[in-house]
Design a protein around this ligand. Structure first.
Ligand SMILES: *[C@@H]1O[C@H](CO)[C@@H](O)[C@H](O)[C@H]1NC(C)=O
Ligand SMILES: *[C@@H]1O[C@H](CO)[C@@H](O)[C@H](O)[C@H]1NC(C)=O
Ligand SMILES: *[C@@H]1O[C@H](CO)[C@@H](O)[C@H](O)[C@H]1NC(C)=O
Ligand SMILES: *[C@@H]1O[C@H](CO)[C@@H](O)[C@H](O)[C@H]1NC(C)=O
Ligand SMILES: *[C@@H]1O[C@H](CO)[C@@H](O)[C@H](O)[C@H]1NC(C)=O
Ligand SMILES: *[C@@H]1O[C@H](CO)[C@@H](O)[C@H](O)[C@H]1NC(C)=O
Ligand SMILES: *[C@@H]1O[C@H](CO)[C@@H](O)[C@H](O)[C@H]1NC(C)=O
Ligand SMILES: *[C@@H]1O[C@H](CO)[C@@H](O)[C@H](O)[C@H]1NC(C)=O
Length: 485
């Protein structure tokens, strides 16, 4: 029965989009320079490091405003809903708050752009030696990132919906492979005070704190592969918050976000077409071939905590001069399409390339990571792998073997400064590819790993620049390109 309702509102949103698109074309909107403040050419004119990829999105509310100003006879669902006097009052309040919020965001954008284009500020903002900046180029644009991060700390406000009950909402797994789901929800609910607001009118984004992993645990019937109960839950959740509050309908969910590390996160988000197509989805399973859209969605790093703890062997970085006798290492099950290629090709083939299926009990997984120069990180059942973060900790250069994977924080970080991507078709030449990495390049990659490590650390409570704040920053980046006024 829901599909009828969604189909109806989807059609309307689509029509508004189309209509606005025409208006924008007629008014020459796409030529205006103010809109494309983050275009790459702006950055590249003054600095050589590529810009933070801040894409521009046309927000639904932009369109809604334009519909008003054009005195159109077309009535959008939002206008219909604003026609009722009670709602009209709320909307007036909302729009005044909206205006203030958007003014703040416009200032943030301007200051990020200024930082990103001025090479003088690169060293002064970052508070580092200019030569360090040139050497450790792990950031796409360090100054723009730093400024953006500070602006986020200063302004960003998240409203966490209180709807829904434990265990599926307001909680999530805090150990094992989907840890990040629960730890983020916990931090958002109980920590992160400066980013939370209890007044939804002051929020820049709205968080729906349900856990897909707990849905699988409590709602899914094992071995049925029937994901309907998950989708039903998510669909109900969106219906409740969009009926009870005016915020979802205001933007068709574009300023709302969900977060899931479970493989089925993307499937659960299909429950509502706007959640899937418009909202910010923060997902470990960031497979562009399955609808992940890096312009609006956020790739979430997968972090495996055994019984809630990170492997102690990896907690403090090994000395840089630790000898690493093996060229590369992998051990793991033959999940997905890529790992069989790797294991069939390299298992027991070469004493430099230590490739195992499951590691024999008497051998230690993390010692291998610490003794290898490169750690192979092939996709399994889904694109993400906890090996990537473990390799970063072990200062074992990650070798990304995957298709359609959008790497975490790649809107800010230059992954080629601290990892190696090898095309799956090159697996037979893996040894050749890795042994041909020059020694000084390898040194730089390791330095890069040291520089990015702090962004992948999971602290409780969260600390500045750690993984929690980097996730939040990715959400902030998606949001500041969405202009509601
Ligand atoms: C739109 O309509 C309002 C009142 O109906 C009028 O005051 C305003 O001038 C109109 N704007 C345009 C651009 O026609
Ligand atoms: C808005 O309300 C007025 C008066 O109540 C009504 O005449 C009008 O048709 C309504 N407009 C829409 C689009 O529902
Ligand atoms: C900056 O780095 C260079 C080269 O490493 C060094 O010679 C210089 O003293 C450093 N400057 C400061 C202010 O640390
Ligand atoms: C938002 O839209 C849906 C469907 O279009 C509607 O059922 C709901 O009542 C609206 N929300 C509010 C707060 O009016
Ligand atoms: C996303 O939007 C497209 C139309 O652009 C639609 O065909 C598709 O069904 C939507 N996806 C979902 C999961 O609703
Ligand atoms: C590594 O460096 C430390 C000092 O930085 C030194 O004490 C140690 O002997 C070195 N180890 C090797 C294997 O070179
Ligand atoms: C990514 O999506 C494509 C298309 O559905 C699929 O063929 C591929 O196996 C997925 N990748 C992984 C690692 O799951
Ligand atoms: C990987 O290799 C295949 C086959 O050689 C090629 O078609 C594809 O474009 C390559 N992908 C990338 C990202 O280079």
């Amino acid at each position: 029965m829901d599909m009828k309702l969604y189909g109806y509102s989807f059609l309307h949103c689509f029509l508004i989009l189309l209509f606005i698109f025409f208006i924008l074309i007629l008014s020459g909107f796409f030529n205006s320079t103010s809109f494309s403040i983050f275009s790459r050419s702006n950055f590249q004119s003054s600095i050589s490091v590529p810009a933070v990829q801040l894409q521009t999105l046309v927000s639904h509310s932009d369109q809604i405003h334009d519909v008003h100003s054009a005195n159109s006879s077309y009535t959008s669902p939002v206008n219909q809903f604003r026609n009722s006097t009670a709602i009209r009052k709320i909307s007036k309040l909302i729009s005044r708050e909206e205006e203030l919020l958007e003014q703040g965001l416009a200032r943030a954008r301007a200051s990020i752009r200024k930082a990103g284009t001025s090479s003088v500020i690169v060293s002064s903002i970052a508070g580092v030696n200019r030569s360090d900046v040139d050497r450790v180029v792990v950031y796409r644009n360090r100054a723009a990132f730093y400024r953006s991060y500070l602006e986020m700390e200063r302004r960003f406000k998240v409203y966490v919906y209180s709807e829904g009950d434990l265990p599926i909402v307001h909680d999530g797994p805090c150990k094992d492979i989907y840890t990040i789901e629960g730890r983020f929800i916990q931090e958002m609910e109980h920590g992160a005070r400066r980013f939370r607001t209890t007044d939804p009118r002051r929020a820049h984004v709205y968080f729906m704190p349900f856990s897909v992993t707990w849905m699988v645990k409590y709602l899914y019937k094992p071995l049925t592969y029937d994901l309907t109960p998950l989708r039903q839950f998510v669909s109900d959740y969106v219906r409740v918050v969009s009926t009870k509050y005016p915020f979802w309908n205001r933007t068709c969910g574009a300023d709302h976000f969900m977060l899931a590390c479970h493989d089925w996160g993307p499937h659960a988000s299909r429950a509502n077409p706007f959640l899937y197509n418009t909202s910010i989805r923060v997902l470990c399973n960031a497979n562009t071939s399955e609808g992940f859209n890096p312009r609006k969605d956020v790739s979430l790093p997968e972090i495996h905590l055994y019984n809630g703890n990170f492997p102690p062997q990896l907690l403090s970085p090994p000395p840089a001069n630790t000898s690493r006798p093996y060229l590369a290492f992998f051990a793991g099950g033959l999940h997905g399409p890529i790992r069989p290629l790797l294991v069939n090709q390299w298992k027991d083939r070469d004493s430099d390339l230590r490739v195992f299926e499951y590691l024999p009990k008497d051998l230690d997984y993390y010692s291998f990571m610490l003794q290898s120069k490169f750690c192979l990180c092939p996709s399994g059942h889904e694109v993400a792998s906890p090996r990537i973060v473990e390799a970063i900790y072990a200062e074992c250069v990650p070798v990304i073997l995957s298709n359609y994977y959008v790497l975490p924080f790649s809107d800010v970080l230059r992954w080629d400064a601290f990892s190696v991507q090898v095309n799956v078709s090159e697996i037979p030449r893996l040894k050749e590819v890795l042994s041909s990495v020059p020694e000084d390049k390898y040194k730089n990659l390791k330095e890069g790993l040291r520089a990015v490590r702090r962004h992948f650390v999971l602290n409780q409570p969260a600390k500045r620049f750690d993984v929690f704040y980097m996730i939040l920053h990715s959400i902030w980046l998606r949001r500041i390109n969405l202009r509601l006024a």
